[in-house]
Design a protein around this ligand. Structure first.
Ligand code: OXD
Ligand code: MN
Length: 635
């Protein structure tokens, strides 16, 4: 007896449109024969391979989304949150709650196209490679017939504004209608994309939950998945992604990490641009001068909060272009321009509230999907961090479906629970966020959670020194991936989980941009998370971060407010505006550079890069590391 007792509810009477080379797979929605031939071939090939019971060609319309939502409500996968307009909640199988980095591979003919020539002892943390032969073996075990008894949805999507020269197209095949709904928020999904692709290139994305019918395992939370067999494969040479067994975020919304970072970084290397794990924000000072900043932070370090920062200093305005990914290119005049390839926010819910991020909160009051958060009895969402914003006695249902109240042990929401919200609903979305040309990028930031030793802000001495600061990025581990416990982990350029090719070549690609006519943006390292002797954060963070941005903007204007140090330029004492928070901030503690700490830190970083990147580490970068080490010795 199959344990998946949830037969698919048909959408409509299935019209037997039998397409010759598709055999008897019915098209339940969409005009297959009207699609460009190349797209027909792609769909036909995978329909034959995965054997779905029908094909549903999406057009991205509201009508279509409602049809799918109603079906998922009926089944119990989604629940409506009546407190808001068109907000829905769902819980996954508890075995499917995060990206699975250990099962994520890049497949290229030559191993060292994908991963650096690391030395003995390397942990292979900068991307995993699988040979095409092994990949084929793994695929043969999983994919044939993997959609049996399920619907195959065809999602045409565009990363970046429709029609922008910086945008790229993709088509995702999936048997998850949750993925369909989220991709509709996170990407520009529209039937127009089929015509825009025509017979041209597109990224082929193939996703399955990996549970063909009859499915003999127990389905938890109406979320069939196959955790033992999860596999996420990238084929940059073929512009293809194949993902098996998981419906969670980065594993399944293939436009995001798989395409917009891993595949796109390959395209970027070949075409001379950059695909980065960066937010883009526009900041306007009280005099009305606007600057755009792109900032890279490892997962769950507050990128979304920074992108939507509510400035505590009067007269400042912040507007968000993107909160996770930036595609950037130098134009003919050597100016760097960037777009946000996504159209939604897939943000970490816990910690988000009307105080820490009112703009994110406002973004998901309607048309949003919440995954693995808790529910309140009055039809709202709840997660850790919202305690002061709901009635203290309200009955809560945890993400695992248990009754719960504030103050009880355990957690209401999963630490990696998420909101998926349309970016257009953000009250501070930048009017140019969909500008096909992108926005000019004036500064790049790197940052991580560094409880010890690392000052609030460091300005790089040069482009190359900045690349070195980015390559040395580390942070405390988070819940966004499968890691357990807290430790400081390397996350160079905040790209460790998202590297699409040899990290040494990637660093060289960055170094190579510094040539005429390019005007190089200044690079900064920031750390909001330094902890004092009393165990408390030394910096209040959130809206107060504008004070650091103010300092950065004044530096961009050429103000003489920095002093040299062994690790880069630091703010001159008192040059960050602390009006109103003077008594909360201990400047000396926040900026002190403990020599022992920095000596062991640079040794450890050099050891890490030498081991992991080995002979592929660009000599120029090694030189920067050596020079930094020498300066630290002399501190
Ligand atoms: C994300 C991540 O989900 O970085 O954005 O993990
Ligand atoms: Mn991210």
């Amino acid at each position: 007896m199959p344990l998946d007792e949830e037969p698919e509810i048909p959408f409509f009477e299935v019209h037997e449109i039998v397409v010759p080379h598709l055999g008897h797979v019915p098209i339940v929605k969409g005009d297959f024969t009207g699609l460009p031939k190349k797209i027909q071939q792609f769909i036909a090939f995978y329909a034959d391979y995965m054997k779905p019971r029908g094909i549903f060609i999406c057009d991205g319309s509201d009508e279509e989304a409602h049809m799918v939502i109603n079906k998922l409500l009926e089944r119990g996968t989604l629940h409506h949150l009546p407190k808001y307009e068109e907000n829905y909640i769902c819980s996954t199988d508890p075995q499917d709650v995060a990206r699975v980095e250990g099962k994520t591979f890049i497949c290229t003919k030559n191993k060292h196209t994908s991963v650096a020539r690391s030395r003995a002892g390397a942990k292979g943390g900068l991307g995993l490679w699988l040979s095409p032969e092994e990949a084929k073996k793994e695929m043969d075990e999983r994919w044939p017939g993997c959609m049996a008894g399920r619907m195959m949805y065809v999602l045409p999507f565009c990363m970046g504004p429709l029609g922008s020269p910086l945008s790229k197209y993709g088509i995702q095949l999936t048997d998850s209608n949750y993925v369909l709904l989220c991709m509709r928020i996170m990407t520009r999904m529209s039937s127009q994309v089929f015509n825009l692709i025509g017979e041209g290139d597109f990224v082929k994305c193939v996703h399955t939950m990996g549970c063909p019918r009859p499915w003999r395992k127990k389905v938890v939370n109406h979320w069939p998945c196959n955790p033992e067999k999860v596999l996420i494969l990238h084929f940059p040479e073929e512009h293809k992604v194949k993902s098996f067994g998981s419906g969670y975020g980065g594993n399944s919304l293939l436009g995001k990490k798989c395409f917009a970072l891993r595949i796109a970084s390959n395209l970027a290397r070949d075409e001379g641009w950059m695909a980065e794990h960066m937010l883009i924000m526009g900041v306007t000072n009280p005099a009305g001068k606007e600057r755009f900043i792109a900032a890279a932070f490892p997962s769950a370090c507050g990128k979304t909060n920074l992108a939507m920062l509510k400035p505590s200093l009067p007269g400042w305005k912040v507007r968000v272009v993107g909160d996770d990914i930036a595609w950037m290119r130098f134009n003919d005049k050597g100016e760097l321009y960037g777009i946000n390839p996504e159209s939604g926010f897939f943000g970490v819910a816990p910690g988000t509230n009307w105080k820490t991020n009112p703009n994110a909160m406002a973004s998901f009051q309607k048309n949003s999907i919440f995954t693995n958060v808790a529910r309140t009895a009055d039809g709202g969402y709840f997660w850790e961090g919202m305690e002061d914003e709901v009635d203290k006695d309200i009955e809560i249902t945890t993400w695992l479906g248990q009754p719960w109240k504030i103050g009880m042990p355990g957690k209401a929401a999963h630490p990696n629970s998420r909101f998926t919200a349309p970016a257009s609903q953000c009250p501070i979305i930048h009017p140019r966020w969909e500008d096909p040309e992108g926005v000019p990028i004036h500064a790049l930031l790197f940052g991580g959670r560094r409880p010890e030793g690392v000052p609030l802000v460091i300005e790089s001495r040069s482009w190359e020194h900045g690349v070195m600061l980015g390559a040395s990025l580390k942070s405390e581990t988070t819940a966004a991936a499968e890691f357990k416990g807290k430790s400081i982990m390397h996350d160079p350029m905040a790209m460790r989980p998202f590297m699409g090719y040899n990290f040494g070549h990637y660093l060289q690609h960055w170094l190579d941009f510094n040539k005429p006519p390019n005007k190089m943006p200044k690079i900064y390292h920031v750390n909001w998370f330094r902890v004092g002797k009393d165990g408390r954060f030394l910096w209040p963070g959130f809206g107060e971060n504008i004070r650091v941005i103010d300092w950065i903007c004044r530096r961009l204007d050429g103000e003489d407010i920095a002093v040299d140090s062994a690790v880069g330029m630091l703010p001159k004492k008192g040059s960050i505006d602390l009006t109103g928070i003077e008594d909360k901030v201990n400047w000396d503690e926040m900026f002190t550079l403990p020599k022992d700490y920095w000596q062991s830190d640079i040794r450890e970083t050099i050891e890490f890069l030498d081991t992991e990147v080995g002979d592929d580490l660009p000599p120029r970068l090694r030189q920067e590391l050596n020079e930094q080490e020498e300066r630290i010795k002399k501190m």
